[in-house]
Design a binder for this molecule. Structure first.
Ligand code: FAD
Length: 492
């Protein structure tokens, strides 16, 4: 379609809708008319409170002041995720955001660590990661000399409000109401307008579907289709509840495996977010509720709420003149807090490829191709956690350990097992550090390591590791406690 795009309509006012509105209005507002429609009656999903470090880049793009943002969303800092009971019951490891060890011209650090382990001179892999040690010690600072790599825990509802204020200040028009009907062009099938229950009609050139799982435009209207990944990611429900804090907030998310999935604990300044992710084939909603309520600490602040989902991706995230962003585009599952990240990169990509001169097929194909690869790479990283468990103590874990996995992941696991080689694919979000931390954490040990490490004497290797450890410990000892830092940083 060669019509110039001047009129953008965003449907949905959750994290996805308001992130899209905030970024597009900030950068393009003199060029475009931006309208956001949201329904108070339907509301938002109300979860999605753990993030990953690239969010800071997105905030820079929007000129968001970190202290203002943290105050507005009751945010805390996040240095990684602590995984408990995943490899085996009783196991604990941290997937921290930082670098483990040091890059050398010889090869990746984990090869040196594997050799040292064989020689009996290596400590736990996490010993050599600053963020890992800071998280364990509940310490944190944003001071540049520490250079910690971090993300946030935030209150999702407050975050949407915060972005709404920014978007409206930049010219986004918000309309409250429920979309009752979608009109398409009879020839092209492009969406022409939306009719609200109030009777108001809203026309647009480009529609951004941020309506959550239902995908009001991308699926209910355009019938785009969905690729189901539930055979690889079998959890299909979550039950979430907020509780009062019972102690100082820790700078990491907790992900605690249970018999049929896992449970999250996300500490904010004013409360804690909790949820149980599970597979309905093996656990009823009532039992999930019971398990969750038995495990949370602190008084519950809301009634627990069951959320149903299907892991997978929309076959095209951009179809005709509709771009799906957020849950409407697919959902992997919240284990590595990747959904808000996917929103952010989809919004950034849309802006980079923005169809000011009309929607061209080449644009659309490019957008869809990149989105597909991105989702598949993230999917593989999440499936890794389930597949490499050694647990077979329940039917759920037994299924995960023995299930078929995507060929791309099977190749990676075999390569790592046989040679110790780990890699970050082109454009992939998770770095080698992430892959190795999780693989070792899940007890996956390679049969070999790179022999170039043998050009370093045992003594030099021992000194190298010792000096890394000492530097990290020195750094950690100088950091303030996380909760004290947050209190001071967010004071008005
Ligand atoms: P929603 O929040 O569902 O918003 C949909 C919007 O569409 C609402 O405003 C609604 O009113 C509107 N709408 C729908 N139909 C209509 C209509 N007919 N007319 C008008 N408006 C309409 N992500 C992370 O990054 N980190 C996490 O830790 C994390 N945890 C999660 C845990 C769970 C259990 C789940 C399910 C998801 C989690 N996510 C997480 C994902 C995250 O919650 C979402 O990516 C994020 O909240 C964005 O949601 P959304 O805006 O796409 O949809």
């Amino acid at each position: 379609m060669n019509t110039e795009v001047k009129n953008v309509v965003i449907v949905g006012g959750g994290t996805a809708g308001w992130m899209a509105a905030a970024a597009i209005s900030k950068k393009f507002s003199p060029l475009l008319k931006i309208t956001l429609i949201e329904s108070d009656e339907i509301g938002t999903i109300g979860v999605g409170e753990a993030t990953i470090p690239p969010m800071r880049t997105f905030h820079k793009l929007l000129d968001i002041d970190e202290q203002v943002f943290m105050r507005a969303t009751e945010a805390t800092f996040k240095l990684g995720i602590m995984f408990e009971n995943w490899g085996e019951r009783g196991d604990t490891y941290i997937h921290a955001f930082g670098q483990t060890g040091k890059e050398t011209w010889l090869g990746d650090f984990h090869h040196f660590w594997l050799r040292a382990k064989e020689l009996g001179i290596a400590k736990n892999f996490g010993t050599y990661c600053f963020e890992h040690q800071a998280a364990k010690a509940n310490k944190f600072s944003t001071a540049p000399n520490f250079n910690l790599n971090y993300a946030y825990h935030l209150d999702a509802t407050r975050y949407a409000k915060f972005l709404r204020q920014m978007s409206e200040a930049k010219g986004t028009t918000r309309i409250e109401g429920k979309v009752a009907e979608v009109t398409q062009d009879s020839t092209s099938g492009f969406i022409k307008s939306l009719r609200l229950e109030s009777g108001q009609v809203i026309e647009g050139d480009l529609f951004i579907d941020c309506t959550g799982f239902r995908g009001l435009l991308i699926e209910e209207t355009l019938k785009t289709g969905y690729e189901d990944w539930s055979h690889w990611l079998p959890c299909d429900r979550a039950i979430a509840v907020q509780t009062e804090s019972t102690g100082p907030a820790v700078p990491y998310t907790r992900s605690i495996a249970h018999d049929v999935g896992w449970r999250w604990k996300i500490p904010l300044q004013h409360r804690v977010g909790n949820g149980l992710v599970y597979c309905s084939r093996y656990l009823s909603d009532d039992d999930a509720r019971k398990t969750l309520l038995e495990s949370v600490e602190g008084k519950t602040l809301i009634e627990p709420r069951v959320i149903k989902f299907q892991t997978g991706r929309r076959k095209k995230t951009w179809n005709k003149n509709c771009v799906a962003i957020g849950l409407s585009s697919g959902f992997i599952e919240p284990l590595e807090s990747t959904s808000i990240h996917l929103i952010m990169i989809a919004v950034s990509r849309l802006m980079q490829l923005f169809p000011f001169n009309g929607i061209k097929e080449s644009f659309v194909n490019e957008f869809n191709q990149i989105s597909r690869v991105e989702m598949e790479q993230l999917r593989d990283f999440i499936v890794l956690h389930y597949k490499t468990t050694e647990r077979e103590d329940t039917p759920f874990w037994s299924y995960c350990k023995n299930m078929e996995i995507p060929s791309t992941l099977a190749h990676r696991l075999q390569l790592f097992k046989e040679t110790g080689h780990a890699y970050q694919a082109d454009g992939e979000l998770f770095r080698i550090d992430s892959w190795t931390q999780v693989m070792f954490g899940q007890r996956l040990m390679p049969e070999h390591y790179h022999h170039l490490t043998k050009t370093m004497s045992e003594r030099d290797l021992q000194n190298f590791l010792k000096s890394l450890e000492e530097n990290i410990n020195r750094g950690v000892s100088q950091l303030p406690p996380h909760s004290e830092f947050v209190k001071h940083y967010c004071a008005v």
